[in-house]
Design a protein around this ligand. Structure first.
Ligand code: IPM
Ligand code: MG
Length: 367
């Protein structure tokens, strides 16, 4: 029997309570689908930082390389200055472990309310492949004459050929994987006749950021020759915000830069029913990946049993899919859907069940 070793970072606020539900589901899936799991807890987060002053040391970061995957709840603490935990833990992990993809599936499940009128599960089902290693997040730039009236502050949108190529390659592969069994239903008859099985949309701003998107476009065109079954198209990021609301059915896999990806995936998460249901994976295809719900630590709801663990549970699904446990992943997906059918709402405190009950129900429904 295969044994997976997971590093668990419950984190702050509602992190520990939603992670506990995810772990119930993970273990139940292991029992059903024939693998065993080992968990090791790490206490990185705001509480530890306040007590000890330690954020995340290089040794601690390195120790995570020994695991099959990392499962993280949320980091963020109201008493810690913004930026310290985000940069010191989350971004240090993503960068330090070279998790260069941030995969964010956007899918509206049955019985989940979307704020978009006249759109249902058949319209909202795509994935965002957010580049996760470059852009303004790299911290390239400087402050000149800080604190004076002459201050100049820069944070550069940086992309190398290599960063762009590895992201786009992952995105093309994602389209191929998504449609290995049946083609994307958004394709026209003509597209299907032309041999396409899915679509990759680049989201950028090539009318202004000509250097950076000149590079992305060049690599997209080059790689596209190796993926003749993947149709490609392009949207400016501002127009993307229109169409994610007006016509989400246009999208299959979207890929974009780190900063644009951060922004459009919050918008996208709202369309899929909100932060209570949005999972994500920080992926290093050749190393250790880290899976986390998109939501934050929501300190105001801590310990009240109000938080929706569905995002954390769907994150476990994504993690197992990444590890190749495809049957377990679809088992969790079906179980999660069956429980969502019973829930009153995906919103915090309005679910009709407690955090714990939802975890139990999903774990028990895995078939
Ligand atoms: C996210 C978050 C992070 C990001 C923050 C907390 C650093 O917004 O995961 O989307 O900007 O990537
Ligand atoms: Mg974000």
């Amino acid at each position: 029997m295969k044994t997976y070793k997971f590093a668990i970072i419950p984190g702050d606020g509602i992190g520990p309570e939603v992670v506990a539900q995810g772990l119930k589901v993970l273990d139940a899936a292991g029992r059903k689908f024939g693998f065993s799991t080992q968990h090791k807890n790490f206490d990185f987060g705001g509480s530890r930082y306040i007590k000890t002053g330690n954020v995340l040391s290089d040794e601690e970061l390195s120790s995570l390389r020994a695991f099959d995957a990392i499962y993280l709840g949320a980091v963020g603490h109201p008493d810690v200055t913004p930026g310290i935990l985000e940069k010191g833990i989350l971004l240090k992990l993503r960068f330090g472990l070279d998790q260069y993809i941030n995969l964010r599936p956007v899918r509206l499940y049955q019985n989940v309310a979307t704020p978009i009128k006249n759109k249902g599960p058949e319209h909202i089902d795509y994935e965002v492949v957010r580049e996760n290693s470059g852009d303004m997040y790299m911290g390239k730039g400087e402050i000149i004459d800080g604190g004076t009236n002459k201050e100049v502050a820069t944070q550069i949108m940086y992309y190398s050929y290599e960063q762009v190529e590895r992201c786009l390659k992952y995105a093309f592969d994602r389209v191929m994987l998504r449609h290995s069994l049946s083609p994307w239903k958004g394709l026209s008859e003509e597209d299907k006749k032309a041999g396409y099985i899915g679509k990759l949309t680049l989201c950028g701003k090539s009318n202004v950021l000509t250097n950076v998107f000149g590079l992305w476009d060049r690599v997209l065109k080059q790689l596209s020759k190796q993926y003749p079954k993947v149709k490609t198209d392009y949207y400016h990021v501002d127009a993307m915000c229109i169409f994610l609301i007006e016509a989400p059915e246009r999208f299959d896999v979207i890929t974009t830069t780190n900063m644009f990806g951060d922004i459009i995936t919050d918008l996208a998460a709202v369309t899929q029913g909100g932060m209570g249901v949005a999972p994500s994976g920080n992926i290093n295809p050749h190393g250790v990946s880290m899976f986390e719900p998109v939501h934050g630590s929501a300190p105001q709801f801590t310990g009240k049993g109000m938080a929706n663990p569905m995002a954390a549970i769907l994150t476990v699904k994504l993690m197992l899919e990444h590890l190749g446990e495809l049957k377990a992943a679809s088992g969790i997906d079906a179980a999660a859907q069956s429980v969502m059918l019973k829930m009153k709402s995906m919103a915090v405190g309005q679910m009709g069940y407690s955090t714990d009950q939802i975890g139990d129900m999903v774990a028990e429904s895995i078939k």
